[in-house]
Ligand binder design. Sequence first.
Ligand code: HEM
Length: 482
Amino acid sequence: DFKSCLFLICLLLLLIDMIRNKKPANFPPGPWPLPILGNVFTDVNYKTVDQLIEKYGNIFSLRNGNDKIVYVSGFKIVKEVLITQGENFIDRPISPLFDTLYKGRGISFNNGYSWRKQQQFAMSHLKNFGEGRKTLEEHIQRECNFLCGAFTEEQGCPFDPLVKINNAVANVIGNLVFGHRYEYDDVDFQKRLQMSAESVFLTGSVWNQLYDAFPGIMKWLPGPHQTIISNYQELSNFLKEKVEQHRPDWDSDNPRDYIDTYLTETEKRKNDSEAGFNIGSLVWSMVDLFEGGTETTTTTLRWALLFLIKYPDIQKKVRAEIEQVIGSCPPTMSDKANMPYTNAFIHEVLRKANLVPLNLARIARKDTTLGGYFIPKGTVVITNLTSVLYDKHEWETPDTFKPGHFLDSEGQFCRRNAFFAFSAGKRQCPGEYLAHMELFIFLTILLQTFSFSPPSGEEPSLESQVGFTQAPLPYKLCAHTK
Ligand code: HEM
C-alpha cells in the first residue's frame, strides 16, 4: 500500500545517503550529521567554532548536504594549508550560488590558469596604478581631504562615521577601476554601497549555506539568498555600463584606469583564450575589486577609529609620532618606515579586528593528509584565521589590543609570522598593498586634522556583529578640529 511504499522510498534514500556520504577512513571527526541534510543546521561561525574545536580538536569536519567541509585551526596547521601545502589548497570551491553569478569569470570565484592570469593582472594594476600620472598615493590623499571636509561639517558633534568612510573608500576603488568618484551625498551611490554591504553580510548567513546544499530547490524559493543574487547582478550591470562608456574613447597608449588597461590586455591576449580576458571577466573582476576592497577597508578604518577613542593614550602616541616625523606634510608610504608606532598600531588594528575570521574557503585539489588525517580531493577546507590572529602560542596577550605586539625591545616595527589578516600564500589577498596604503594615509591625515573622542559620558564598546566579516556594532564619535 501507499504507506509501505513511502517507507521503502525513505529507506532507500537513507541508504543512498549513507553510501554516498560515508566518511573515508581516518577522516577528521565531527558532529553526527542528519540524513540528507548533513550538519547544515550546526551553527558554526567564528564565535561558536571554539566549542566545536574543544570537542573535536583543531581539525574537525562537518557536512553541508553532500559537501565535506574540514575546519582547521591554530597557526601551525593553518600555515600548512595556506603555505606549506599551498598548491594542494590553492583552489576556491565554486559554490552553486556564486557559480550562478560568476560563471568562471573574474578572480575570487575562479581557478586554474585563468584565475592565475586574472589575479596577476589585477595585482600588477593595483601596484603600478598611476605611474607617470597622478599616483595612487595622491588619489588617496585627495579623497581623504574630502573625507576630512565631511567630518568637519559635523562640527565636533557625535556622528556615525560609517557612511562617509564607506563612500571615501569606495571612491578610491572607483578611481582605480573606472576613473570616477561620487559625492558623499549621492543618494544612488549610497544605495549601491548599502546593497554591497548587505550582500557581504548575507554571504555569511545560513541562507548561503542552504543554497549551496540544495541549489535545485533554493533557486526557486524566495528568501535572502535571492537578495545576494540580485544585489550582485545589479552591481555587475552598473560596472558593465562603465565599461561600455569607456570603450568609445579607449586609447591603449593613454590608459586612464583598470578598464582601459584591461581592454589593452584583452587585445594582447587574443590568442590566449584560456586566460579568459574578455568583457565578462573584466566586469566580474571589477565586481571582485569593488566588493573585496570596499567593505574590508571601510570596516578596518571603523575599527581603527573605535580603538583610537577607546584608548586615548594610544591615540596620543600615534599623533605624537605623526607630528614628530611628518608634521603637517601630506603623508607618503616612504614615511611609514620612520613611523614604527603608527605602523604597529595599524597592524594591531588588523590583527584584533580579525576581519575575515574564517577566511574564504579553499578546496583540496588532490588527496592529501593534514595533521595525520586523510583529506580526499574535493574536500572544502576552512582556515580559521581567528585562531591564528589570536593564537596564544604566537601572541603574548592575544585578547588585548596592544600595538606592542608588533614592536621589538628597541621600539622598532617587527612583522610577525602569524600576521594572517590578509591570509597567506599564493592565494592571499591581492589588495594587501592597497589596503595598507589606504589605512596609513587615511589614518595619518585624519589624525593630523582631528582629535577623536567618544560622545561625552559614553564608553565605547568593542562588541562585534557576526557576518561574513567581523564588523563593530554601529557607534558614534566626535571629531574635533585641532
Ligand atoms: C581575498 C582580506 C582588502 C581584493 C581576500 C582574502 C582575505 C582578504 C582574508 C582571502 C584570501 C584567501 O583565500 O586566502 C582583506 C582585508 C582587507 C582586504 C583584511 C583590508 C583591510 C582588499 C582590497 C582589495 C581586495 C583593498 C582590492 C582592491 C580581494 C580579492 C580577493 C581577496 C579580489 C580574492 C582573491 C582570490 O581569490 O584570488 N582578502 N582584503 N581586498 N581580496 Fe582582500
